[in-house]
Design a protein around this ligand. Sequence first.
Ligand SMILES: [Fe+2]
Length: 284
Amino acid sequence: MPYVTEATLTDIAMDRWSNIPDARLRQVMVAAVKHLHAFVREVEPTKEEWFTAVDWLTRVGQKSDEKRQEMILTSDVLGVSMLVDAINNRRPSGATPSTVEGPFHIPNAPEIANGQNVTDGAPGVPGLVTGTIKGLDGKPIAGAAIDIWQTDGDGLYEAQREIDHAYMRGVYRSQADGSYIVRTVAPIGYTIPMDGPIGELMSKTTISHFRPAHIHFAVTAPGYHSLVTHLFVAGDEYIETDVVYGVKKELIAAPEYSLATKLPSMRTSSPAAAASPGRIDTRS
Ligand SMILES: [Fe+2]
């Protein structure tokens, strides 16, 4: 074993961290040392810069609690969450793409009858979301659970309001022909939390800290892969600059406006859910 020099340190550290019986943990830690050392060799931080980074990471941890997750937000704004999602959701052609779940999903949402309202008097522009759940073979899937959650018309989720009941979320079921109708209000774009270390960092950049308007979907059906995705509203000013990189072309739907009712109605313009062996599709 050579003594440490600037030239030998990375190899010595990688060799030491290869002494892990668990093969996967060994692979992860050796790669972590390798890439962290490469990062430091490229950036060559001063001591002051290094302590600034350590302090920032410390505050990311301190800002996190059971409701606030600044570390996930860090992963999101660096594009890492979407990369992990992509790696874990490689699906056949024709399957609806996945996207990040985000921090606002609350499990065990109440069941809502097809076509009934999820808003409970929430502010916003009323409208309908319609679609059909299909397998990759094109056959409709009945009884799929369609768990949706979204902001109200003020851009706020249930977790951001002082509220003690389910709000802007619920589980719909696809009908015998695979169709479903969600009665809701139009979601609007919103900013990520800017009052923590991530906001402090973002404010030093010219990067948009907004997400475009979207509705979250988690679709499950027996015998099919589950799907976590969004439906984005076409024309949103942040559609090309989503701060968490969540927008995929197939997930953008254009609202239609009814002259009779003035209510917007959203239909997906492309398959909006899916999985092998079956495709789940919100196209109507
Ligand atoms: Fe969201």
